[in-house]
Ligand binder design. Structure first.
Ligand SMILES: *Cc1c(COP(=O)(O)O)cnc(C)c1O
Length: 340
């Protein structure tokens, strides 16, 4: 350490290295993933590209932070349905939600799998919308030589310890090729200041501190190998889990690399399956049990029916998958022995 705990050399170096890893000109480190997404939207409001109460379309089956970012920036969340097989935004559902107040699309690369960015980019271009990626779960996911975080106008990442690239505490980053947005969010994360004690904007304090940045620089070197390990485990599960009550996720094709943040199966008997695995000492999680439109925090909005999101919330189950997982065979056997 150089006695410089905030906005020092480690942060600058990490920002350069993560930008180069993903292949975009600008990376701006911030305090967490929620701030990354919120500051992108606030930045576009500051720049006059978005106005208060403009609508932003996002999936209903995401972590609440995606919707909170929209709300915290003074914008209006509009929920669209995912595709039940990929878990990611269904472009047809998105198209059906586009109206006169729609100004942005915010797909999530859920569980580490890229959303259909080709179709979403076409929609964004046709309707003149911003395209902002919630890449909090997708560090290292790619299509051809393009990484998550480089398909839209800007992307928000999280370095929460449980993510594929995790710090020792909270952390996040904004990636963008947009010079004006990069300048704006760099000021917004630092009290709206780009020169000490001069405040051009009403910013916030959102820091990726030196210790986290130094740690992330080391972790970043292992990210590609970690993802390869996740991929090998996912393939092992997909070839060996055989049970009519368990629907496995699709393996990506056509030059797409899944980051496998989570390995999510579906079952009509999810809760019984979960109990069966628990009895075999295998802990599972549910991402996510309550979709955004069912959250009390969003009860004031009159949502349209979202049957696909509801069906996923009651059938998804995340099996253990992480680098260093000791006994995948035990998971496979427990899944295969599940009966109704
Ligand atoms: C983790 C996560 C976030 C928020 O990141 P934090 O660092 O926890 O604020 C946002 N969106 C998605 C999809 C996430 O998984």
């Amino acid at each position: 350490m150089r006695g410089w705990f905030i906005q020092g050399e480690e942060l600058t170096e990490f920002e350069k290295e993560f930008a180069a890893f993903c292949g975009v000109p600008h990376c701006i480190g911030v305090g967490n993933g929620l701030d990354a997404l919120t500051l992108i939207l606030r930045g576009y409001v500051e720049l006059g590209c978005l106005s208060l109460r403009d609508e932003v379309i996002l999936p209903a089956n995401t972590f609440v932070a995606t919707a909170l970012a929209v709300s915290h920036a003074g914008l209006t969340p509009v929920l669209a349905e995912p595709d039940a097989d990929t878990f990611n935004l269904d472009p047809y559902s998105v198209a059906s939600r586009i109206g006169s107040r729609t100004r942005a699309l915010m797909p999530v690369h859920l569980y580490g799998r890229l959303a259909n960015m080709v179709a979403l980019k076409t929609l964004a271009e046709e309707h003149g919308l911003l395209l902002i990626e919630d890449a909090a779960q997708a560090h290292g996911a790619s299509l051809g030589d393009r990484h998550a975080g480089t398909f839209g106008d800007a992307a928000g990442f999280s370095f929460f310890p449980g993510k594929n690239l995790g710090a020792l505490g909270d952390g996040g980053a904004i990636l963008t090729a947009d010079d004006a947005l990069a300048d704006c969010v760099t000021s917004l994360r630092n009290y709206g200041s780009s020169r000490k004690y001069h405040h051009e904007r009403q910013g916030i304090n959102s820091r990726l501190d030196e210790l986290q940045a130094a740690f992330l620089r080391i972790k970043l070197r292992a990210l590609t190998a970690d993802i390869a390990e996740r991929d090998a485990l996912a393939r092992l599960y997909c070839t060996n889990i055989r049970n009519p009550h368990i629907d496995l996720p699709d393996l990506p094709t056509d030059g797409e690399a899944h980051a496998w943040h989570l390995f999510v199966v579906r079952s009509q008997h999810r809760d019984a399956l979960r109990a069966h695995l628990h009895a075999a000492d295998i802990e599972t999680l549910i991402h996510y049990p309550i979709p955004i439109h069912r959250q009390p925090a969003y009860a004031a909005i009159d949502w349209p029916p979202l049957p696909v999101s509801d069906a996923l919330a009651s059938s998804v189950l995340s099996l253990p998958l992480y680098p260093g997982l000791v006994d995948p065979q035990q998971v496979i056997e427990a899944c295969n022995s599940f009966k109704i």
